[in-house]
Design a binder for this molecule. Structure first.
Ligand code: SF4
Length: 432
């Protein structure tokens, strides 16, 4: 790599280019909606984008659309509309924001989304299955659930060569073979294995890049904030999966992080505490939530979110382009299973992250309207405390609903947590 200077604009490029790609993506979706074309509705945990790109379907990620309504501070309008329509305040806020979006003919603050030609999703979250049934009822579109076998118990994953793994792989491969004619029928486009190869080649670059970017944040000081910057990278990793633009973005992002690492350029000028985040971000006060930590010298060096919400791209799986369909089945099995593990069996993941990223504390963020991620977090926290002597904070709020987000309460708890971190460091320094 040629040496570059700050004047080359390399620092901060990932954030800037990520925002640009997002704008282009939504312009494309709006165009498709206005021209009456239809898209594929998919989810972040097992989007099957590599295969869907073969069929020229604009990709719609309703989870990302919904969280954007919260970041742009209009989620309450969408939630109220869905609740007036009959949905309970307790269910996943992403679902309700999407229901209101459908009632508004796809209208969102960022643009407009096309109607679905098909919905493709996995069992990684049980809500996915009920959510897609809403589109089936509203639009009459075909839906396809890809059942990915999860890990049966913590640490019980099996790997290629093991008979259990091979059975699971055959099971996923058979479902992918069933999905192809569904997509052919929905689009009128014939499956083309070379186009699949092309998308998988780009996904390989992105997977390797995402793994490397996460590893590079072991640097001291840390190079990016996993909660804020990381969410931008994550959005590109999902929305542009299997595309040339996504591959270019991740190659350049690795270059940016290596550049910063080599020069000691951190995300904070005075990094005092390195933290790990568990759960889904607090999107209604996205920037402010993070500032409550950074103002006290804390930064998030990694998170379980960057693992599960990337659909397991963090494992860096590399497809074998010689045998694309079999390799797609293996990659989906390993990656989606890892995404589920980082929600359901996260104790060892966190112990490892604390080691590799030199973390001083762990922040748990259970949220009212995502039970999949939040159920069991209190037990997970206790298990982590038994496995590791590490300070932790438990903050309850929501990822969509500002009615249950109290900044004053959060600040009180966070300030007290930092006092504890400081006291612990002081006691360590004086040898107690
Ligand atoms: S319940 Fe949680 S994991 Fe499932 S769709 Fe909603 S936010 Fe996503």
């Amino acid at each position: 790599m040629a040496d570059v200077t700050l004047d080359d604009g390399i620092v901060g490029r990932g954030n800037k280019d990520g925002a640009n790609l997002f704008r282009l993506w939504f312009e494309g979706l709006t165009r498709a909606a206005e021209e009456g074309r239809q898209g594929a509705y998919v989810f972040v945990m097992g989007s099957m984008c590599e295969l869907l790109r073969v069929f020229d379907l604009p990709l719609v990620f309703p989870e990302i659309n919904s969280l954007q309504t919260a970041v742009r501070r209009v989620a309450h309008e969408y939630l109220n509309e869905a609740e007036d329509y009959g949905y309970s305040p307790d269910i996943c806020g992403y679902v309700k924001a999407d229901v209101a979006t459908q009632l508004r003919a796809g209208s969102l603050p960022m643009g407009r989304i096309p109607k679905p030609a098909v919905a493709v999703y996995t069992n990684a979250c049980n809500t996915y299955i009920k959510w897609a049934e809403i589109w089936e009822r509203m639009h009459g579109c075909p839906t396809f659930v890809l059942d990915v076998p999860g890990t049966r118990a913590a640490g019980a994953q099996t790997w290629p060569g093991d008979p259990d793994f091979e059975n699971d792989r055959r099971y996923v491969a058979a479902q992918i073979r069933e999905l192809i004619p569904v997509l052919e029928e929905a689009t009128g486009i014939k499956f083309d294995v070379d186009r699949l190869r092309e998308a998988m080649k780009h996904a390989n670059v992105m997977n390797a890049g995402w793994k490397r970017v996460l590893e590079l944040n072991r640097s001291r000081p840390s190079l990016f904030n996993a909660l804020t910057d990381g969410t931008i990278y994550l959005g590109v990793s999902n929305g542009f999966r299997g595309s040339e633009a996504g591959a270019k973005y991740f190659s350049e992002l690795v270059e940016e992080m290596e550049y910063k690492s080599a020069r000691g350029i951190g995300t904070l000028t005075d990094e005092r505490y390195r933290l790990i985040f568990v759960g889904v971000p607090c999107y209604p006060i996205f920037r402010r939530f993070n500032e409550l930590f950074t103002e006290l010298g804390g930064t998030f060096v990694n998170s379980t979110y960057l693992w599960f919400a990337s659909g397991g791209s963090n494992v860096g799986f590399q497809y074998d382009l010689e045998d694309p369909l079999a390799s797609l089945a293996e990659g989906v099995l390993i990656s989606v299973r890892d995404a589920m593990d980082s929600m359901f069996f996260q104790t060892q993941v966190l112990v490892d992250m604390i080691e590799t990223h030199g973390a001083d504390g762990v922040v748990y963020h259970p949220i009212k309207s995502c039970r999949t991620v939040s159920t069991g977090l209190a037990d997970n926290r206790r298990a982590l405390m038994e496995a590791r002597d590490v300070p932790s904070l438990f903050l309850e709020s929501d990822m969509m609903d500002r009615r249950v987000v109290s900044e004053a309460q959060l600040k009180n708890r966070i300030d007290a947590f930092f006092e504890g971190l400081a006291a612990r460091r002081h006691q360590a320094a004086i040898g107690r």
